[in-house]
Design a protein around this ligand. Structure first.
Ligand SMILES: [Zn+2]
Length: 387
């Protein structure tokens, strides 16, 4: 399943109606939760799926939208029950406020996508279709973002196409701190600088928000501005990841990556920048896009990838500020991240043909120059640095 997200431009009346239906589904969720809690107090059991389905008949909501609310709650309750039985402490579903309820779901019908999007009971809604949907649409979600903008998210069933033939080379990728990532062939993907710019802006907006009085009108305004900026950053990042992963899986036939737990890494030693880079999100995108592009993705154990010498295997201790890998045993001297990327590639191809990813010394120095060159470019040249 893949999804398309299009911006909606509802009329004032439609928007009021959207919000009303969100409010209705919030009320429905809370009521169902309430009766389930009572049921458990009295009979030591929860309502069954079928019982809950009957309860949500004849609400003001579109029937399937109401069904989704009941299924969600049913699943949430049973997830908690199951996990608690296994001994995991897991929070019981909670009552929702209006802000917590963000979407209306249409799992099968109730909508037609033409020039406009026709949805029961809202009628024709203006929509900006920036891409063509070729696949069969399965579900629709109407979503309100924190910024107050509305979106239609369509999930589609993808047809399986035979993978393209890919004759690209094999490459290992190391995520960097100064750069977004470095490839084992010496190429560098620079971090788009507009993230930093937006983030500075976000920080100042958050500061302003924290100075506002509670429940004041200004606070409400400031909060909205923060939400809008958050959304902008997340869109920029997702756009960057999409384009980059697309380029990479189409250029290389084999890509080795570190199996990272981004959160863990961020907590342990790297701080904010790794979180920013959203490595996990990016890695997921890779896997998903690689299949159709005829590219193989392999994840390797990240242990010591930056310390080991890719040439002789000696572990050379480094601090984060050591930018060059210098091996006292074999004399290899290369960029620290390129060394790591080669280790990653070596691990992924260990025991197979062409597993020597090290290359010769002359190649190394010229590639290194290329790497230094491109990292100093402008904010939008992250592709130029690779291709
Ligand atoms: Zn060495």
């Amino acid at each position: 399943m893949r999804s398309y997200k299009f911006r909606l431009y509802p009329s004032k009346i439609q928007e009021r109606l959207f919000n009303y239906h969100i409010w209705l589904s919030k009320e429905l969720w809370n009521e169902l939760l309430e009766v389930n809690k009572k049921k458990y107090e009295e009979e030591r059991r929860f309502f069954s799926k079928e019982e809950m389905q009957l309860m949500v008949k004849n609400t003001e909501l579109y029937s399937q939208t109401a069904q989704v609310v009941s299924h969600r709650l049913y699943n949430a309750i049973w997830r908690t029950v199951k996990l608690r039985k296994q001994g995991t402490e897991y929070g019981f579903p909670r009552f929702k406020s209006f802000d917590r309820m963000k979407s209306l779901n249409y799992p099968q019908s109730g909508f037609i996508l033409g020039e406009k999007l026709k949805v029961t009971p809202f009628g024709d809604i203006s929509i900006k279709k920036h891409r063509k949907i070729k696949e069969i649409i399965k579900t629709l979600t109407l979503k309100r973002e924190a910024s107050g903008k509305w979106f239609a998210i369509f999930c589609v069933q993808e047809e399986k196409r035979p993978p393209k033939e890919n004759k690209g080379e094999k490459v290992g990728i190391d995520l960097g701190l100064t750069n977004f990532a470095v490839l084992s062939n010496g190429k560098v993907i620079v971090n788009p600088r507009y993230f930093r710019k937006h983030e500075k802006h976000l920080a100042s907006l958050q500061k302003r928000l924290s100075r506002c009085k509670k429940d004041s009108k200004n606070r409400k305004k400031a909060k909205l501005k923060v939400a809008v900026e958050h959304e902008r950053i997340s869109n920029c990042r997702s756009d960057f990841h999409h384009k980059l992963s697309h380029e990479l899986v189409n250029s290389y036939s084999f890509i080795a990556l570190e199996a990272l737990k981004s959160k863990e890494m961020a907590e342990h030693n790297f701080g904010k920048s790794i979180h920013d880079a959203g490595w996990n999100m990016f890695a997921n995108m890779f896997v998903y896009k690689a299949e159709g592009a005829g590219c193989e993705i392999v994840f390797v154990n990240p242990r010591n990838t930056s310390k080991e010498c890719n040439c002789c295997g000696t572990v050379v201790a480094k601090t984060l500020s050591d930018r060059i890998h210098e091996c006292p045993i074999c004399g290899l001297r290369i960029d620290r991240d390129v060394n790591a990327a080669r280790n990653i590639l070596n691990r992924a191809t260990a025991g197979t043909a062409g597993s020597n990813a090290s290359g010769d010394e002359t190649a190394v120095s010229s590639r290194k120059e290329e790497a230094t060159d491109s990292s100093g470019g402008s904010s939008r040249n992250y592709f130029k640095s690779i291709f």
